[in-house]
Each structure stands twice: as C-alpha cells, then as structure tokens.
Design a protein around this ligand. Sequence first.
Ligand SMILES: C[S@@+](CC[C@H](N)C(=O)[O-])C[C@H]1O[C@@H](n2cnc3c(N)ncnc32)[C@H](O)[C@@H]1O
Length: 307
Amino acid sequence: MRSKIISDPALRKAASRQCKRIGLCWNCGWSDVCGLWNMTRPCATKTCSKFKEKSICIPLKLGVEKNASNMELHGQALLDYLSGNENTKCILRRNDGIAYPPLYAKQFFYPEGLPKLDRMAIEHCSGRVLDIGAGAGTHSLAIQDRGLDVTSVDISRNAVQVMKQRNVANPVVGDVFDSYPGFFNTVLIIQNIGIVQDLEGLDRFLKHLDGLLAPGGQLITDSFDPRHPTDQADNAYQQDRMSKEVYPGGRTLRLEYQDKVSDWFEWMRVDPDTLQRHVQNAGFRIKNLGADGGRYLVSITNKKGSA
Ligand SMILES: C[S@@+](CC[C@H](N)C(=O)[O-])C[C@H]1O[C@@H](n2cnc3c(N)ncnc32)[C@H](O)[C@@H]1O
C-alpha cells in the first residue's frame, strides 16, 4: 500500500517541530520509530495518528545498509544497467523528504544522444582533457572520438568499472579535489559543478584548479540556475535556506538504491552571477558558452591564459 507523502513543507515543518522524539517521518509525517535524520527502520504499517488525513507507511526497508559510499550507489546502478537491468534507477531525496523524479541509470548512457549543451561542451574541449565526475563515461567516449587524450575520473569504483567495460581509455578512481599527473588543457565537469558541494567547495576547487591546468587551460562546466524554482516545494526549500542565511542554491541530498541508502551530502546549483563573482575573486576569467532552459555552460580560463 502506498502512503501519502506530505509534500507541504509548512506541514512537514510543523510535524518536525512537534516531534519530541527522533524527528519527522518521510512516510507519514509522524512516527515514534523513524526520523528524518536517522531513519533506523521505517514505521511500517502504523497508522499515523498525528495527522487527520490518516496515512499508512510503506515498509521501505530504508536504513538496511547505512553509510554506503554516497556515490557508490549511483555507480552500482550504472553497473547493473550495463549488466542488462534496463530499468534500474536511484532515488535522489532532498532532506525535506521530497524525492526528485527517479534517476534512471540509462539516462547516463544517453541512448538518444547527448543534449545540445553537452555536445557544445565537447566541441570546446581541446588538448589533454580531464573529465571529472565522468560517471558512465559517455562524454569521455565522445571526447575520445574527437581524437583527444582524456583522463576520466570518478569517485565511484563501480562507475570506473563501467567505464572500463565501455572501453573508456583512461578511467581512474579519484576525487574532484585530487591531483593527477601532468597538466590539462581542459578540465571538464559536466552535469554539473555541484560536485564541489557548496560555495566553500567552489572556492577550494578554484584554488586547486590552477594546479591542474596547463598555461592557457580552461575549465568547462555547467549548472542550473536555482533562481527559477522548479515547484512550490523547491521554492519553500530555498526560502527556508535564505531564512537561515545560507546560499539558496545548495541542497542536502541522499541516494536510495534498492535497499541501500547513502549518507546525506551537499550538491549545489549555482546561479551565473554568484559563479562569476567567485571565479573573478579567484583571479580567473569566465565566458558564457550557452544556455538551455535553466541550464547554462561556461568556460573558466586560468590566470596565465586568454579568455
Ligand atoms: C550527475 S553524475 C554526472 C556524470 C557524467 N558527467 C554525466 O554527465 O553523465 C555525477 C558523477 O560525479 C561523480 N562524483 C560525485 N562526487 C565526486 C567527487 N567528489 N569526485 C569525483 N567524482 C564525483 C559521481 O559518482 C557521478 O558519477
């Protein structure tokens, strides 16, 4: 039986305020056995007594395996897709309980071809390329097809395994803040810069970037402009962040895959003006390469290069 998920953020907030025990249950808005931050087990088939619209919780089995490496669940889904599980998907959940539309592993293989901005990004790559957060390696394969030398980094071992199986030339397990041998003419972080987690992470990465780039090198990256909330709940989430005086584009998320759940992690969307300010403060130059809906693509050139 499906439970009614309380999507009204005000109602959720009220429920979490009332909770004297652990917190707010995602399924029914109130429970004495599970909470928003530390769901040890679901509240199963209990009827929610706190809300008049009685809802029954689904036995989700969340929390069966905690502390799974955050991105490894995504990598596992990619691997399972490659092994023939066509419909494999992760759930990406925000910490107000709202789940985004399922992340089908298939979409990272781009069976219908890469979107326009992604193709533009690949056309702008030149020289030696470092593809960070390469995932299933679809962009790296397109860069290889252009005859360029690409090193493809992902924090997930499973994702790197997928890249090996797809004949990506140089797949490496690594972090966005790691160093890699030599210098690169292009660093690519596509879909998207949120990988640096938050604005502090962005500043940290921009410092790090100078050590990755060859003279005249560029970072090509993209983001979604968070100033256009996708729905009411997104708007409320951003308002809540603003009231706490934190950057509204940030989000606290977790991945759910089969019976596993990741830790909470930060994933930022940054608006073009904020990105420009941080880039310029770090002494880089930024150039707009294109936009598609709320998504935009930029190149960021190092101090030694020309824009
Ligand atoms: C949204 S996916 C994008 C994948 C690929 N660029 C694409 O567009 O299909 C983000 C990828 O970044 C990887 N990732 C997340 N955090 C990372 C980090 N700190 N360092 C390196 N890779 C990371 C994830 O494992 C995932 O494969």
